[in-house]
Design a protein around this ligand. Structure first.
Ligand code: GRF
Length: 209
């Protein structure tokens, strides 16, 4: 059984999608803990209600960023994860954390990277007049929202879209591609070659809807 640890900061809908897929599809993996940098993250209660260990490393208790990073690294290492999954974790991780889990650290970002790293991706996509938007699951490297891409989902930008309607359309696809990407990792299907991620059986690493 692979040990998965999921890091969240808020709602945790991607975490839910992963937990549910792991159970429904009988993965050889278990979400052993959910870790939040905010004690009020809604996803913590959902995890605890499912009997999943909920851990808080409170960012407000660490004035210095490096101290928070160290505390988070220790807390996550103590959980002995095989894979660390960032799911709406709204904190930039320090290099020691990223290096500690190299090749075992996934993130989802609500844009078609390398477009729109950082915050407010949907607003920026609308402002830029994009006709296509989407989400990306990638391995994490020390650069923000950058790293070898595992899978991307594309959705249309429709006339009259607002940030909220576009975010909802993208989120529905996030809930499909993130569990799939984690499952691929668990099954040993992924290899990283430079900035490229290859699926051993050549499964399509995109979803276009
Ligand atoms: C998602 O859109 C994710 O891509 C982004 O933050 C949001 C988190 O949503 N990084 P949730 O907490 O998984 O519901």
């Amino acid at each position: 059984m692979k040990r998965l640890v999921i890091l969240i900061s808020g709602r945790g809908s991607n975490m839910e999608a992963i937990v549910e897929a792991a159970a429904a599809e009988h993965w050889a993996a278990q979400v052993v803990a959910v870790v939040s940098d905010r004690p009020d993250a809604a996803g913590l209660a959902w995890a605890a209600a499912r009997g999943i260990r909920a851990v808080v490393v409170d960012r407000s208790q660490h004035a210095v960023r490096a101290d928070f990073d160290r505390a988070l690294l220790l807390a996550v290492q103590a959980l002995q994860p095989d894979l660390v999954v960032l799911a709406g974790f709204m904190r930039i991780l320090g290099e020691p954390f990223v290096r500690a889990f190299e090749g075992r650290l996934l993130n989802i970002h609500p844009s078609l990277l390398p477009a729109f790293p950082g915050l407010h991706t949907h607003r920026r996509a609308l402002e830029a007049g994009c006709t296509v938007a989407g989400a990306t699951v990638h391995f994490v490297t020390p650069a923000l929202d950058h790293g070898p891409i595992v899978i991307q989902a594309a959705v249309p930008v429709l006339p009259g879209d607002t940030e909220a309607t576009l975010a909802a359309r993208v989120l529905a696809r996030e809930h499909q591609i993130y569990p799939l990407a984690v499952r691929w990792w668990v099954e040993g299907m992924l290899s990283i070659e430079g900035l490229r991620v290859r699926h051993r059986d050549g499964a399509p690493q995109f979803l276009i809807a």
